[in-house]
Design a binder for this molecule. Sequence first.
Ligand SMILES: [Zn+2]
Length: 741
Amino acid sequence: MIYVNRDSVTFPEELLEGNNKYYEEEVLMRLQEPDKFRQARFKPDYKVLHRIRPKLEELFNDKCCYCESRLDKWDLEHFRPTSTTTGTDEKTSEEGYYWLAYKWFNIYLSCAICKRNKGNAFPVLGKRLEAPSIELYHNYEELQKYMTTEESLFLNPCDPDAYTDLQFQYDIGGGIIPLTEKAEYTVDRLQLNRKALVEAREQLIKYINNATASISFTKGVNSNVITDLIQLLEDDSTFLGLARQMIARWFTMNKTLIKDFNPDQYELIFKALSKSIHSIEVLAGKESEEETFKGYQIAYKNEAVIDEIDIEKITTDTDTPLKFSRFIEWIDIKNYKCIEYVKLEIPPPSEGERENGILLIGENGVGKSTILQAISLAMMGEDQLQHLHIGNPGKLIRRNSRAKKARIRVKFTDEKDIVVVEITKKGIMANRKNMVKPCVGIGSIRRLPESGETISFSDDSTRILGLFRHDVIYPDIQPWLGNTKQVNTHQFDEAAKAIIDMLMISDEFIGKERLVHRKNGKLTVNVGNGPESIEDMCDGHRSVIGYALYILRCLSLYWDSSISAEGLVIIDEIGNHLHPTWKIKIVSLLHQVFPRAIFVISTHDPLCLRSARDGEVWVMNKKQETQEIAIVQKDIPQGMSLETLLTGKWFYMDHTTDERTSQLIEEHSTEMFSETPDEARIKEIETQLERTVLQTPFGNTKLDTYLHFVKEVQSESISKLEADKELRDKLANRIRNQIKS
Ligand SMILES: [Zn+2]
């Protein structure tokens, strides 16, 4: 991370004060009547913000303001989060800085990974600033000054007083070493020592080392090499902070030499280095001139290969479950139920703030639920597994095999240790004592409690039980949310935001008043027709709210707002009980409400894949001959029709037509290819098809192709066909070939 001087570019016109700016209307209304908006999630107008993109690219030289890597996909970043924000404990959330959504000094450019890692966290030392008065809001300079009275734990790349360049050093292996408390927090939260960055920085270190080593002092200074080094000091160079530090050290040791041989280049390099405060300190001799870039031998390690583990030898570790791992890198499952061996290597999230998920599709009985179960087991630690009441563990081991045990392994991105769970007839064991990740498992059958039944939430393992047993009861969340002692007003309003999002309540209602109320332990939602209790809502609405609130309740043990909640959420057959309108949106709605949670979802409903992103859809198949199970990742091209999805390589259906029509087609085809076709019957069927299916426009499935040819045959040469056997054979061949292709 380096200091970036915001004054180096002109103020973006789009954000200039003084104009009557429509996009600021909501901010002003919120400042005036904050209470009315407590349940409304603030969503900045990105259409406006995207207009200042060129300005941001100029300012940050197309690089991420945090990790300094070049941007493939840029993300607009609010340094102070505009929606709900959290502090260091990550549990307690507060109203975000919506009033800084359109303030130039709060808008940055970052890579998608840093943005996702940062999320909505913004811890401050001392008290968080309150929203400003309208007057202060309109005074850009004063507002900026006001913000400096709040001390953030994140290092601000545009703060000249932060001495950003002095906060870090680098080790020889490419690792970044934070030198202050703030730098440490920043590196940790943004994961600036993630594998890809460390490797890329290591490459640069090697390059600079080679370049400087190639300079032969006896033959004079190699000016080409110096030109190369000067290039690395350009503003748009990747990892400029690192290059400055290394080159400054080398320069300090060799400056007399360079000056003697190449005074012009000396000037250039000196000028380039002077931009960095740290380099200036080096040049000023504050650091020992003899010191070379030895690096600090704490090189990042990512070796994590465990083939077999000996459960007996595992010592219980002391990892607390509160330090959560990030995204799953891979999962493999061996000898578990119907699975001999399967491995899922999960690509990193493709874009945006949210984590990717796994959407598992496949025929019924292929083993989707089995995979979900296995993943949930791997999230439990030894302690939880002891309390998991799933009966005889032996039945989880693959039958008819010589295997004595089943094994599940999970590797998280940028984590050294692999999570291993082993199942023998005696029991289930893990290589961790504590839970790996809070996990919520929702089975395909959802039984709600009878009156008087109460369900405890304190037991981690019961929250995955629904994936294994159909008699699990899903609790009513209302008594909890309705209880003002358990759920404070802020937490309740955060839950209300989740309900409003899930119900896709139109923006016109938002901000009018509180839409979700609680009274005597019961919730009501007002979507324009007056308050309606959750019980009175239609099944579809209750299902979507049910999903969100149940997940929220489970994760509320660790976080008080859905937006900061992390964990693994596993849902079997997500489409059950949902109306098509929600099936299409459910995955993206859940991601919107829980952007930091990882979702592992199974479905056999193509509608539920409508909001899948690249890398998320996995197709599960069983080979008929060998019974071998394969899981393959297959993206769904944008704009693909449902028909094509169903008949394509996702669902492998032959056709999607109704039974009567498919029978007619079957019969037609049999007659067409028979030695003695019943011409009268063929004609009769064609007339019937003409009246029904052939009236509709053609798609591009095999069925459509077939029908298309039928129509062609009919219109062109049906009379000739009757007489001409050769022509019929030719056409029959054409149809056959067409269908095959
Ligand atoms: Zn970044």
